[in-house]
Design a protein around this ligand. Structure first.
Ligand SMILES: [Zn+2]
Length: 471
């Protein structure tokens, strides 16, 4: 649990891709599930705020109409065609089984990657989104000069970006046949399809049929799971992540299944690794005169952005949540706090952890403030995967086994399988093939090529990394 104080993420770009590609393929080969996140030239946060106003209508939450979703899909298709992904976050979770000395501990080793990509087709640069990203440390100059180039839509006959391409990586992911996890995944899946797979179909049902075939071992959406668990609280990624982390630690002290994450020490020392402290911060009391922003605490987004007078600090938001808990629940949390405090004391004797020690609580640290943090899709992907691992402990701790496949039943998440969160809707979008729909021709052509093995020789350093379960 203390490993979350130093979470590493490999930054991959054209300069180091030949060195890291074999590691990336190995991580994929060994993973039990993959969490994915994208940063695009249209920020999903902006987008979902817009889309929920435009399509769901405030006060119209229960009025589910399929035509609305179809319209939403069509709008997203246009957006995916006109905007481009600038970075791809992938987090590979390998389950190592239960700890023999601590019967309730479920161990994972995790590798995180942030891959810079550059779209060679023309695309719209949303001024607001690029400014937001630049202010959060995203380097557009580096992205232009060192992003892995890609084109959108269908495969081209003479593919000049054959060797290290996201297009090939997605094929590897399809062949690997393991669950794929998103947080609010509907738009991400549409972007993935158009940017790295093939031309999107015109209608939603066809798209869903294609997805079902592509990711046959299931697509999961941690935002949908979070909302299903408790609709009254927020479900934006940061909140879900820190909330699950707290819950996970409480479970450790309640002798229930809980998750332990390990990172390779090589990752921590690599010059290409970015290290981030993603551990919970416990406050003894709320700093005086500081108010939590209501908008941010519900949606993870606030229109006032950097000029908001109230705090957007996630630790303060969680502190308020803890304060509202029952006496008994607080007693549990106090055990967690004590564990943290005891271990912090140990760290002070450890010279290697200077970076972690530097973290102090600053209530004015506002994630929407300039330079308050580097926006990275790799860390977002990790947070998504972590939430998923905690949900597996919650619902499937008794069943899951490192030697068996992570099927919906084995991991206890059958009721969340292939269900995507829909903003403003009470029911999920099911990734199902209806008896009336067929897969698209573009997908059919591509999946047949994959099955025939047309792409196998294109993959560099492929020799030791052949997936055990090809399509
Ligand atoms: Zn605010």
């Amino acid at each position: 649990m203390l490993s979350l104080k130093r979470v590493p993420c490999f930054q991959i770009n054209l300069k180091n891709v030949s060195e890291f590609w074999p590691c990336l393929l190995r991580s994929l080969q060994n993973a039990h599930f993959i969490a994915v996140d994208f940063v695009s030239t249209l920020l999903s946060l902006h987008f979902f705020t817009l889309i929920s106003q435009e399509f769901s209508g405030i006060g119209d939450k229960n009025n589910f109409k399929i035509s609305n979703i179809e319209d939403r899909y069509k709008a997203l298709v246009e957006i995916a065609k006109s905007r481009a992904i600038v970075s791809v976050g992938l987090s590979f979770f390998r389950y190592n089984g239960k700890n023999a000395n601590d019967g309730r501990e479920m161990n994972y080793s995790v590798e995180n990657y942030d891959i810079l990509v550059f779209c060679v087709d023309e695309y719209v640069n949303e001024k607001e989104a690029t400014e937001f990203l630049a202010n959060h440390g995203f380097d557009f100059e580096l992205q232009k000069s060192c992003g892995l180039p890609f084109y959108k839509g269908n495969d081209k006959k003479n593919d000049e970006f054959d060797s290290y391409s996201l297009r090939l990586l997605i094929i590897e992911m399809i062949q690997r046949k393991i669950p794929i996890v998103f947080h609010n995944g509907f738009a991400d899946l549409i972007f993935l399809y158009q940017n790295f797979y093939c031309q999107l179909p015109n209608n939603l049902q066809t798209f869903l049929c294609d997805l079902k075939e592509m990711f046959s071992k299931g697509i999961y959406d941690t935002k949908y799971i979070a909302e299903s668990e408790d609709r009254s609280i927020a479900s934006f990624l940061e909140y879900t992540y820190y909330g699950r982390q707290l819950l996970n630690m409480e479970r450790k002290f309640q002798d229930k299944w809980y998750v332990n994450i390990e990172f390779d020490t090589l990752d921590l020392n690599s010059p290409y690794s970015q290290i981030k402290d993603l551990s919970c911060v416990f406050l003894s009391k709320k700093p005086e005169g500081v108010k939590v922003c209501k908008n941010y605490s519900y949606h993870g987004w606030c229109v006032k952005g950097t000029s908001c007078p109230n705090s957007h600090n996630i630790h303060l938001i969680l502190h308020e949540k803890i304060e509202r808990k029952s006496k008994k629940a607080k007693q549990n949390i106090n055990k967690v706090k004590k564990f943290y405090e005891d271990n912090k004391l140990c760290e002070e004797n450890d010279e290697k952890n200077d970076e972690a020690k530097e973290k102090t609580f600053d209530p004015s640290a506002n994630p929407m403030n300039v330079n308050s943090g580097i926006h990275s899709s790799g860390f977002d992907a990790f947070m998504t995967g972590y939430c998923f691992a905690v949900y597996i402990a919650l619902y499937g701790g008794d069943k899951v086994d490192a030697k068996t496949k992570f099927t919906p039943t084995n991991i206890g998440l059958k009721r969340f399988h292939n269900s995507l969160y829909l903003t403003g809707k009470d029911i999920p979008l099911k990734v199902n093939a209806s008896s009336y729909s067929r897969v698209s021709q573009n997908h059919k052509t591509k999946i047949e090529k994959i099955k025939k093995g047309d792409f196998i020789n294109k993959q560099p350093n492929k020799n030791d990394n052949k997936a055990e379960d090809n399509v």
